[in-house]
Every structure is written in C-alpha cells, then in structure tokens.
Design a protein around this ligand. Sequence first.
Ligand code: GDP
Ligand code: MG
Length: 690
Amino acid sequence: MANRENIRNIGIMAHIDAGKTTTTERILFYSGRIHRMGEVHDGNATMDWMDQEQDRGITITSAVTSFSWKKRQINIIDTPGHVDFTAEVERSLRVLDGAVGVFCGVGGVEPQSETVWAQSERYNIPKIAYVNKLDRMGADFERTLEDIRERLSPGALAIQFPIGKEADFKAIVDVVRGVAYYFDQEEYGSNMVEKEIPEEAQDEYNMYRELLLDVLSEHDDSLMEKILEERELTANEIVPVLRKATISLKVTPVLCGSSFKNMGVRLLMDAIGDLLPSPVDKPDFQIIKDGKLSTLAPADNVPLALIYKIQIDKHVGKLLYARVYSGTIKKGDTLTNQDTGKKERVMRILQMHSNKTKDLNEISYGDIATFVGPKDVKTGQTLAGRGVKFELPKMNFPEAVISMVVEPETKGDYDKLMDSLKRLEDEDPTFFVKEDKNSGQIVISGMGELHLEVLVYRLKNEFGVNANVGTPQVAYRETILDSVEFEEEFDRELKGKKHYAKVKVQISPLLDSEEKSKNVYEMAVTKGDLSPEFLRAIKEGALGGCAAGPIFSWAVRNVKIEVVNVETKEGESSELAFSIATSTAVSRALSEARATFLEPIVKAVVLSPEEYVGDIIADLNGKRGKVLDIKHMEARQQVVCEVPVSELFGYTTRLRNLSKGRASMSMEFLKYDLVPEKIKEAIIEKTRGY
Ligand code: GDP
Ligand code: MG
C-alpha cells in the first residue's frame, strides 16, 4: 500500500456531456492504466453510460479505479452526473476525501452540476474545478470561471488560464509556476513542453497572479510577509498555502484544458495530488454509538469499514466496496455486521490496478478496496472487528418516487424475473421490488423515469429476462391524520414451544418535523427483562408494520411509533412473539387512524434565458408548483421551485417547447406532502380501476 499521505480518494463530478468519460480515459492512459485511448462518440448519454459499463466488461472498474501517479495512489470513485442516480452520488460523497468538478467551457455550470456540488458541500468536500472543452466553438474560460464563482463557489480562483480561444487554443499558463505548457498532439499530449509565458499572455498572467497571491495571503500571514518583501515567490512556497486553503474549503482552484485534444489532463492529475486532501488530512470520522453521533480518531486495533456499494459480479459473486476508516483488515478476517450482529468473513480483498484485479493481503485505514466473502451485508452497513460497540453513520438515500408494474412474458419467465429483480435490488439501495400478495402484481420503484429505464434495460439485456413493463406511475405513500393507541397480545404454542408477548403502541402523525419522509421509532419502556434481542425484534416489528398501509398496502411514512407498554412472561417470551405482536399492533392502529395519501415533491431548478422565464413560471404554477426563488444571472435566470412528481411526467419535452430548447433543469427529491382531497379521490378511482 502506498503511504497513507500519498493516497487520494477522489470523485469526478460532472454534468452529462461535460467530458467526464473523456477526461477519465486520458487519466487512465497517462497513468499507464490503459494502453489504448478509447473515444466517446456522440449519442445518447444514457446509452453511452450503459455501453461504457458493458465495454469495460468487469463491473469493478466503474465503481472505483486505482492507479499511481507520481508516487501517489489515486482512487477514483465513480460519481454519476445524472440526478436520477443521486444515490450513487450520495454514497460516493460519503467515502471520498476530495473531488474534481468537470465543466464544459461552452455550457458553463448546468443545473445538475449545481445539485451535485451542493451535495458535496454538505459533506465538506474540498474540490478543484476543471474547465474542459476550451477548443470548442463558443468556449469561454473567463465566463465559466465567473459562472462557477457566482453559482457554486465564491472562492473560485484561477490557477491556470488558456492561451488562444476555441480552435486557436494552444497552451495553458500555470499561474502558480509562472510558465506556459504546450502539448504535442502526436503522443496524446504526453509530451508536454514547458516554455516561458509568451508576450501575448503576460498581462493576463499578471492579473491572475496578483489575484492568486492576494487571496492566498489573506489565509496565510507568512505568505503575506514574503509578498511584502517584494520578491518572486516560488511554487514550493505557494502550493502548500494553496493546498491548505483548498482543503479548508476557502478556495476552489480552477484549471483549464481540452481533454479531447489532450491538453491539460496531466496538469489536472498533478493538481489532484498537490491540492486535494489525503486521508491523513482529515482522519477523524463520525460514529453512532447508542444512537448518538460523535467523532473518533483512527486506531490501529479497531478495524472498521463502511460498505458503500454492492455489486453482483457474474464471476466473482458479491462485491462489497469498502472504505476502511480505522485499523487494518486482513484477508481471512472475520468481522461483525454492526446492524445484524452477524459474523462475516472477508475471503478476498481486491483492488483494480493496471487493468487487473489485484489481490491484497490487507488494507488499512484511509484506503478503499473491494471485499469478497461477506454475504448478508447491505449498502451503508458497517463491518467491524471484535468488541466494537458502534457503527459508522448510514448514508441517506432519497425515497423512490416512480413505480412501474413488471410482468413476466410467460409463466416460465417468472422465477428468472424475480431472481434478477432481487439481485438488482441488492445492488441498488434506491430500487425496490414489491410483490402484491393479493393481486400478484410485481411493482418496481426507483428515483425517476430514467433510473427505471436503465434498470429495465439491464433486466432485458444483461440478465436476459423476458418481461413486459407498464407505464411509470407516481409512487404514493400512505400516512395517518389521527393519533391512536393499540395493544396486541400474542400467545401461541408453535412446534411445542410457547410464544408470548404483549405490546402497546401509540402512533401519531409526523407532519412538520425534521424527520419528514421517515418514520420515527421510540421505545418508551425500560425493563430489565427486555434483552437486546427482544428490543431489536420489537423495533423491527414496529417499522415492519409500516411496510403496508391500510388503504392500498402502500408503504406508510411520516408516522411516529412509540412503544408505551410491554409485558413479558418468564420462559415464554420470544423474539418471534414480540415481532408479530408489535407489527400487528401497528397495523391495527394504522387502520383506525384516518389514513390518507402522501405524494412525492421534488425541488426543481430551471435555468433559462430571461425571455422564456415568464412562460415557464406560469406553466409551473399550473402544475401546482411553488416558486421558491428566482435568481438573476448574467446570461440566464434560475428558477427554483417545489413541484409534485405527478405533474412532471414528460416535463423535459415541455420545457424544450416552452424555451425553444434553451432551458435546462434538474430535480431532486424533497419530501412527501399530503395530497389535496380532490387528488386523493382521483388516486383511489384510478387504483381501484385496475
Ligand atoms: P460525459 O458525459 O461527461 O462522460 O462526457 P463525455 O466524455 O462522454 O463527452 C461528451 C462529448 O463531448 C463526447 O462527444 C466527447 O468526445 C466530447 N468532448 C469531451 N471533451 C471534449 C473536449 O475537450 N473538446 C471537445 N471538442 N469535445 C469534447
Ligand atoms: Mg460519460
């Protein structure tokens, strides 16, 4: 393993088409990871995404790729650009230490980049920005820099700028080193030539250099003193200060290039190593112990890993992507799943290196690798060494908002369909499969139309399943309007053994709380004879009772469940009895609590030239949309609003028509809201009508 200071766990964030794939290809080429440069061809970005996955063959590459660059081990964690894949973004952000934002020098900051950027700010992730495609017609570095400063990061600071525009883009000036770089097209830009800054770029250089030193001296007194001495500062003096300012999120260094023309990518790789944090820069991590959040420092004898992604590989089986936060995990170690209490054995530890899967004997904190062996583990769970009494915080995955009916083509296709759906569900924490016991319907749900489209594509093409799918529908939820108490007693003999439990629950609506779109569970009883196993069974029963609501068996949300009384019988109480008694009590209580529907609401951000904004807002108002904010920017305006998902089917096409194709948008799940009475009736009619 590389020295811990030399590890960089980074993500590349980009709006679709900004050039993430092209840039990554170059990075892998320069690092010797691949030997032939692949080109991305024009076409549908979704297809590009899927074909990419297929071309690469082994699935491991798309989730994390490791390579060495100038003594550093860089782990690139995949961060998809499309908002339908926010779960992917969320889990990458959880484990990476720094990120590169790739922007198109023509399109500037697109709404989706803004969404991902905002997500990364919530996780305090230091970033550098790379303005790509400067060879293209209409590309403008300064405008994009301004856009980044205005919309994403007030600390955006150019540390490079281009010489020449569009087709004449010919070199990159490094403001830190005070030199210009020219690129040799023959060798995919591998032969980078360093020259003096030409006369034509001197004024611009002086301007950017002065700004850079000004900003940095605000953050570092010793730099200030050196500037006052009025002597030229060297890169060795500037880089550490710039790095510190970047890591503390005061500054976002902005770089430039054209990945397609092989200009600038190697400088970007240098910057990743020089400016983004290593695991040592921020070693402390958060844990949850007894329901409380606190921070801990890594310790050699406390092995702790977060499973941030799961993939089923045809050949290897279940792959668990893990970031180790503390200790060392060795091949063959037995760890405990902190959620289930089950022991899991790590049979293999893999890392993708030089185009091959490399088997490691051990992995230590700060690093990222893939485990093979553990079976019963889900995304977001913690694997820990013996005696550890806490877990790493779970990732927040947004709710599924769209659902669809799936049917096997023939009866014979049923098993394969269910089996494949289960595997997809295993991999993707925002994809859900539910089989309605009464109607026999199989309903899948996910984050958006595109998300389900991709999964159906995989179902058919990757798993070879013959299935028919229905039209996408809104994934409604059920909730309650009244508070109700209910007591349930379970007292039965099963296989010669007595099972007893009596549980009283109180359920109440949870409307305007922080915990929106979740259910809250509280155990209000403290009794000595309630073992941890019983407590776990009661909690499982309580939350399980919310899996199917009283109206249409849709999942129940925004409910608070309190267990207010529990009775046991010596020698007869069992986990089974507690689980069933609690879930029955919750179900019964729900059916008496005036159930109604919740609908998913998204936050939509629309960017449009001013002339169309009036029409767009009028249209959104007609869709029960609530405008939250309008921001005026140089070339476009930004409208932020809340809209019910049910009103947004086919909205992309509509927006295109309203703006002659010039507006763009992004959305993310915001919350569930009560549906208006009129719509409630329509939902009932439509659902009954099936
Ligand atoms: P992604 O969607 O972010 O992965 O973007 P891709 O890497 O797939 O690039 C989208 C399109 O832009 C492809 O047709 C690329 O060839 C093209 N492209 C990427 N980088 C550049 C660049 O620097 N200059 C030009 N002219 N085209 C580029
Ligand atoms: Mg791509």
